[in-house]
Structures are given as structure tokens and as C-alpha cells.
Design a binder for this molecule. Structure first.
Ligand SMILES: O=P(O)(O)OC[C@H]1O[C@](O)(CO)[C@@H](O)[C@@H]1O
Length: 521
């Protein structure tokens, strides 16, 4: 019997019990099944986790070596074994005097120097001291990147909107020409700065969009186009090949994973939008969560507890998905960001040693902000046959004092939804109106979505993914599963262009290629 088996046995023995019974039996349940970091509270009392389950979960975390692995990460060990790399995105937000070493070398001075270069560049763009070669002020910034070079900055630009006082920020990610076309169509190339964000500087979507943007700028300013470009990458040889001036290139090391990279150069578009000081406050928040994760006892540790809730729902209860439901419009892109963070990190089928996993790993993560989701998919959450653990996020205060009544309505909806999921309406004269209730949720409540809070939220989820990955014994820091599709797309392109034949392709693919050629005439 493993601890996973014990958890399942405990779940089976208590499956008929209503979560409300747990509240009846323990008037202190909220206090006991919630944890706090400053003005942020994680409530997991509306789950079926009881004392015994929490005990088992904490034992599991210890047995699976979460603490040792966490310490190894912070110590710069090469825990990303399949790529032979350290995992040190936390170093990008290390606000302490502590050295962070990789192979005996302190990486902090390099990180600080890059941050200072970013700040000088961002300040120059914001003040107009750095202009286009024509002397025109940059009014717009277009970040071209995809995955980790896009989702974090996109999310942050919206989350930090109340502090946005720099040039307008735009994002292009999809290789679909519609994306770059629609974004550039509204802009003036003479006053636009294009930031090419790509860790590897080989990603076909990004390089294709970057070339399109280059032609667009060149058509307007000719040979001065180079002065409209900057690059964020760890491949400095390739940025030079693309013709980007070295002083416009902001590099980072291979120990920063793409989906963990928004804290450094990949965040440049955000820094230009909100300024280095506000960006620094975002880093402060991330660092605060790191310190908490490193030092708080497991039973009070927010990322650990959130991870254990995930393990309970996935491995003990067998719920294969979880919904992330921010009642915070400025976290609109949090679910999309978490889809990469969580599913690219923990969507794995083998353990670190290559052996097949015997436990289910990464669940499907999805969601939308409330209240919009309520008018779309909550029907299924309340009355569908599948149980979907819900993760609510909500701020006590908004940023619009004149619209306090709307914020009150937002918060009321958030609390009402978790209450409805818990309490339900089990008896009604009509079965179509029955709400079974007893459906689990967590709520992360914070005072306000400040830059610090936003940093804490992102770091909280990063470490939650870490905790779950460590418990499953997988490498959360590689992403081999994205490779095959990339290779096949490269091979597919000539066939799409009508330059090859479909011999050897499966029947469906050959059929679709034939259909494409018919439709194109
Ligand atoms: O920053 P890059 O190298 O262009 O990569 C973009 C994204 O592509 C991936 O490698 C695979 O989708 C992600 O991990 C990464 O965030």
C-alpha cells in the first residue's frame, strides 16, 4: 500500500459524507483549513479534505521529498535532469543579498545588471530619451512571442493596467497571419517598437511574425528599421543574425524555463508599460512567495497546501480537471497562462527515471473570469455529472472607488457560487431544479490586485505546480511533448504548398490534403 492508496482508501471510506458535515463537526474548520500570507488567504475548507486526509497528504509530501527537491531547486542544482539544467526563475526575483549559485558561480550580479539595463531602456522609451532613428517618440510596443514568451506578459499587462502609463502595448503570438495583420494594421511603423521575445530565437511562429513585422517597418523607414527592434532571448548569436543591435538585446540563461520567464527580460514589454518601479513591486511579490514557500512549515505553506488540494482531487477523488475562476477581470488571462504553466510542466506520463507513472499526473486546467463564466459553463459545474473542483480568486477591494457597488456585486457572486456549490439545493419538487451540492472549491482572497499581490499569485501557482510535480516524481521543467507536432509541421509545409506527395501519410491526413487542394482549386 502506498500513501496514494491510503488516500484513496480514506476517500472511499468518507465519500458519502457531505462537506457540510465537516463544518458541523468542527466550528473552527475555516481557521483550520485555510492559510494566510500577509493579506492573502487561501481557504480550502470547502473541500472534502478532513484532518486525516490532510495528515496523509502532508506525509505524502514529505515521503516524496518535496522539501529536499524544493531546496535543491533554490540551491541551483540541475533538477531539470532531462535537459541537464538548473531551475532558477526564482533567482530573477531574488530581492535579498543571498547569493544564488550555479556550478559555484553567483548568478545574481548578472541578473541585476540585466535588470538595470532593462530599466534604463524602459525608462528611456517611456521618457522619450530613446526614440526611433527619426527622432520620433515610440507610442506603441509590439511584443512578438508565443507560449512563455507571450502568455505571462499578456496576463501581466492586463493585471497591472491601473499602473499602465507608458506606451501602448500589443501582443502578437499566433502564426496565423490574421494576428500580426490585425495588430499592425492599427499602428504606425514610424512610432512602433517591436520586441522579439523568444528564448531560443528559433520558434517558427515568432520568427515568421518577426520577419513580417520587419518588412512592415522597413516599408516605412527603410534601412532605419533596425532601430525599431529589440530582442529578448538566451540565444545571442541568433539575435545578432537577425540584425538586432547587441545593446537592444536582453539575454537570460538556460536555467530560466520559457513558461517561468516573465520575471526577467521576457517581462520587458510590461516594464515599458508600467515602469521599472512597478515591475520591481511585482518581483517583490514573487520573492515574498518564494520566501514563504522556502521557509513556512508544510502545513501552513500556501503553495504546498494548494498542491495537496490538487493531489487530493486528482489522485484520491479522481477528478480529472480543475477550473480556475478569477473574480477579477484583470486576471482574464490567468487561466490561459496556467494552462501552459501547469499542463506543459506536469502533463507527463513517465517518472524522472523514465518509468511509466502509476498515478494520474497533471489535470486539465481551464477557466474564465467570473461573472462571465456563470453565464456560460457554470450550469455543468452545478448540475453536470462530472465534479469539477473550482479555484476562485477574488480581491476584497477593486481599483475603481466610484464603482464600489459593482465590486460588491462581484464579490457577492464569487462567495455565492462557492456557497451554492457546497450547499446546493438537494431537494426540489422538480429533479431538473435539484442542485446536488457537496461540490469542492477553494478561494484565494486578497486585499487588492496590486503588483505585489499579482507577483505572489503567479509565484504561488508556479510553486503549486512544483509541489504536485515533485509528488508525482516527474520532471516539471521539460516539454518534450511539444516536439513531435513541430517536426511534423515542418515536414507538412511542402505538402501544403503543393510541393510533395502524401504517400505514406495516414488516410485521414491524406484525405485532408486532398480536400485542401480541391478547395484551393
Ligand atoms: O521562447 P521560445 O523559445 O520562442 O519558446 C516559446 C514556447 O515554446 C515552447 O518551447 C513549446 O511550446 C514553450 O515551452 C515556450 O514557452
Amino acid at each position: 500500500m502506498t500513501l496514494f492508496d491510503d488516500l484513496r482508501a480514506h476517500r472511499a471510506a468518507t465519500a458519502d459524507r457531505h462537506i457540510l458535515d465537516l463544518f458541523r463537526a468542527d466550528p473552527d474548520r475555516f481557521a483550520r483549513f485555510s492559510a494566510r500570507l500577509d493579506d492573502m488567504v487561501l481557504d480550502f475548507s470547502k473541500t472534502s479534505i478532513d484532518e486525516a486526509a490532510l495528515d496523509l497528504l502532508l506525509r505524502l509530501a514529505r515521503e516524496r521529498g518535496v522539501e529536499a527537491r524544493r531546496d535543491a531547486m533554490f540551491a541551483g542544482e540541475r533538477i531539470n535532469q532531462t535537459e541537464g539544467r538548473a531551475v532558477l526563475h526564482t533567482a530573477l526575483r531574488n530581492r535579498s543579498d543571498r547569493a544564488v549559485t550555479v556550478d559555484g558561480q553567483d548568478v545574481t550580479p548578472g541578473i541585476r545588471a540585466t535588470l538595470e539595463r532593462m530599466a534604463a531602456f524602459a525608462t528611456g522609451i517611456r521618457s522619450g530619451a530613446i526614440t526611433a532613428p527619426s527622432g520620433a517618440r515610440f507610442t506603441d510596443v509590439v511584443n512578438i512571442g508565443i507560449g512563455g514568451s507571450d502568455l505571462g506578459p499578456v496576463m501581466a499587462a492586463l493585471a497591472l493596467a491601473p499602473w499602465h502609463d507608458g506606451p501602448r502595448t500589443h501582443f502578437v503570438s499566433n502564426v496565423d497571419g490574421a494576428h500580426v495583420h490585425d495588430v499592425l494594421k492599427g499602428l504606425d511603423p514610424r512610432t512602433t517598437l517591436v520586441i522579439v521575445a523568444s528564448k531560443t530565437f528559433t520558434t517558427i511562429e515568432t520568427m515568421t511574425n518577426a520577419r513580417t513585422a520587419r518588412h512592415w517597418v522597413e516599408a516605412a523607414v527603410g534601412a532605419a528599421a533596425g532601430g525599431h527592434f529589440a530582442a529578448l532571448s538566451s540565444a545571442l548569436d541568433r539575435t545578432a543574425e537577425f540584425g538586432i543591435e547587441p545593446d537592444r538585446v536582453f539575454g537570460f540563461e538556460d536555467w530560466v524555463g520559457g513558461r517561468y520567464s516573465m520575471w526577467g527580460p521576457i517581462g520587458l514589454s510590461v516594464m515599458i508599460a508600467v515602469g521599472p518601479e512597478v515591475f520591481g513591486r511585482f518581483l517583490d511579490g514573487g520573492f515574498e512567495m518564494d520566501e514563504h514557500f522556502r521557509t513556512a512549515p508544510l502545513a501552513e505553506n500556501l503553495p504546498v497546501l494548494l498542491g495537496l488540494v490538487g493531489i487530493w482531487h486528482n489522485n484520491a477523488c479522481g477528478y480529472p480537471t480543475r477550473a480556475v475562476l478569477p473574480y477579477d477581470q484583470r486576471l482574464l488571462r490567468l487561466p490561459a497562462y496556467l494552462q501552459q504553466l501547469d499542463m506543459e510542466s506536469n502533463g507527463k506520463r513517465v517518472a524522472l527515471d523514465g518509468s511509466p507513472l502509476t498515478e494520474a499526473s497533471g489535470p486539465v486546467v481551464w477557466g474564465e473570469p467570473g461573472t462571465n463564466g456563470q453565464h456560460a459553463f457554470y450550469q455543468l459545474i452545478h448540475q453536470g455529472t462530472a465534479v469539477i473542483p473550482c479555484e476562485f480568486l477574488v480581491a476584497a477591494e477593486g481599483h475603481e472607488p466610484d464603482l464600489r457597488h459593482q465590486h460588491d456585486l462581484l464579490v457577492a457572486n464569487c462567495l455565492a457560487q462557492s456557497e451554492a456549490l457546497l450547499v446546493g439545493r438537494p431537494t426540489a419538487d422538480n429533479p431538473h431544479r435539484v442542485f446536488p451540492g457537496n461540490r469542492p472549491s477553494t478561494t484565494l482572497m486578497y486585499r487588492q490586485l496590486t503588483p505585489e499581490t499579482f507577483g505572489r499569485i503567479v509565484a504561488l501557482y508556479e510553486h503549486r505546480v512544483f509541489v504536485e510535480g515533485a509528488i508525482w516524481g516527474i520532471n516539471s521543467f521539460d516539454q518534450w511533448g511539444v516536439e513531435l507536432g513541430k517536426e511534423l509541421a515542418t515536414q507538412m509545409l511542402p505538402l501544403i504548398e503543393g510541393k510533395g506527395d502524401a504517400a505514406g501519410k495516414d488516410g485521414s491526413t491524406a484525405g485532408l490534403l486532398g480536400t485542401l487542394s480541391d478547395l484551393r482549386g
